[in-house]
Design a protein around this ligand. Structure first.
Ligand code: ADP
Ligand code: MG
Length: 370
């Protein structure tokens, strides 16, 4: 891993990204004296302990507080794609903004790329890149202008900034439109430029907030490839997502966050294995009912099936029952019998392996997909 190209020795480099909005000197910081951490694969590069944040809004007696992050612990290892998976409002952006030094935590600690988040925020900013969910590029500027400006703000000399901008443009396959105004870009192209801007100073870690939100499937796939390429170059990627398939397909490890607390952590495969057995889905929408199930029928079916001793869990969503069983094939005929015995005729019944949503459901009692 290279040291940040534009990082000045005293930590005063400035970037136009919010992450670089301030800087100060940290010569006394032990992490600074020790130099950049060694590049041994798999060592912890982000270590977070009891991090929390409460927002206060309103004035005087009308003050309301939101406990956005209520004490989270996790470790991210060098060279991995680490995902923060959770529904809207879970506290993903708040955590990311704390780690990127954009907002101050109310409590807890974090070490990021060898620098202490609270004592050496300038050093943290040099060693990370941050890409917010909404693009910060100017519509009228070209990609190349934006990249050069960003490189200059990280302290690179003119020639070096031009070279680095050209290299990043080519790596992200933006060369064909690098001299076009950003306003003409597609959503996917713009996201690629955002990430290119985030890595212009060759950070050790890149933080991506919902990098593929709102993109069409081909653009999402394209962006996943960019993220994997960065990992291939030795970068550590910390991303947030509310997409189950993204966490499953892209991330080496995930933390699932809900209402400001981490409810599960591990590789997607391990998390799914924790949910032993199989899931049986029973569709209770009558034929021709345009996807609407009778709530009374759903409730009755849920009660009857939930009482069967081989059913370990039973949830209802959108007229479909989701049952946790050991062996789906053995359970299906028994489920059919139980329903028909009480006068309910089920629609399609299918069995599948547990998904990350089943993990979320098991931990929170709710589905992430709703
Ligand atoms: N600046 C703010 N002031 C007050 N409440 C906020 C602010 N930013 C976020 N929140 C609240 O904090 C909670 C977590 O938000 P956020 O971290 O943005 O979640 P996520 O990124 O997972 O959707 C939500 O309830 C949100 O409404
Ligand atoms: Mg968010």
């Amino acid at each position: 891993m290279t040291t940040p190209a534009g990082a000045s020795a005293d930590g005063t480099s400035l970037a136009r990204t919010p992450a670089g909005s301030a800087g100060s000197s940290f010569r006394g910081d032990p992490a600074f004296r020790a130099g950049p951490p060694s590049a041994a694969a798999g060592e912890p590069v982000i270590e977070v302990t009891a991090l929390r944040k409460t927002y206060r809004a309103g004035r005087r007696r009308k003050v309301t507080t939101v406990q956005a992050v209520r004490g989270v612990d996790f470790t991210v290892r060098r060279g991995e794609i680490f995902g923060f998976l959770g529904p809207n409002g879970a506290g993903k952006t708040t955590t990311l903004r704390m780690l990127a030094t954009l907002i101050r935590p109310d409590g807890g600690q974090a070490t990021i790329a060898g620098a202490d988040l609270l004592r050496a925020p300038g050093l943290v900013r040099e060693r990370i890149g941050f890409v917010a969910q909404t693009s910060g590029t100017y519509d009228r500027a070209t990609a190349l202008q934006e990249l050069i400006l960003q490189a200059r703000m990280y302290g690179m000399a003119k020639g070096q900034a031009g070279e680095r901008a050209a290299a990043v443009t080519s790596a992200f396959q933006l060369s064909d439109y690098a001299n076009r105004q950003v306003v003409t870009y597609s959503g996917g192209q713009r996201r690629r430029l955002d990430i290119a801007l985030g890595v212009i100073h060759s950070p050790q870690i890149i933080f991506l907030d919902e990098p593929t939100a709102g993109l069409d499937p081909p653009s999402r796939a394209r962006l996943w490839e960019e993220v994997r390429r960065l990992r291939g170059e030795g970068m550590t990627i910390f991303l947030t997502t509310h997409y189950l398939d993204e966490a499953d397909a892209l991330c080496d490890r995930v933390s699932i966050i809900d209402a400001g607390l981490i409810v599960a952590e591990g590789t997607p495969a391990d998390l799914k294995r924790e949910i032993s057995g199989e899931v049986v889905l029973v569709d209770l929408t009558p034929p021709g009912a345009a996807g609407v199930a009778d709530p009374a029928v759903t409730a009755a079916a849920s009660r009857v099936l939930g009482e069967l001793d081989f059913v370990h869990g039973c949830e209802v969503s959108d007229g479909t029952l989701r049952l946790h069983v050991d062996v789906g094939a053995a359970a299906i005929p028994l489920i059919m019998h139980a329903l028909i015995d009480c006068g309910i005729e089920p629609g399609a019944i299918e069995t599948r392996r547990p998904s990350l949503d089943d993990v979320f459901l098991a931990k929170t009692g709710r589905s992430l997909e709703e």
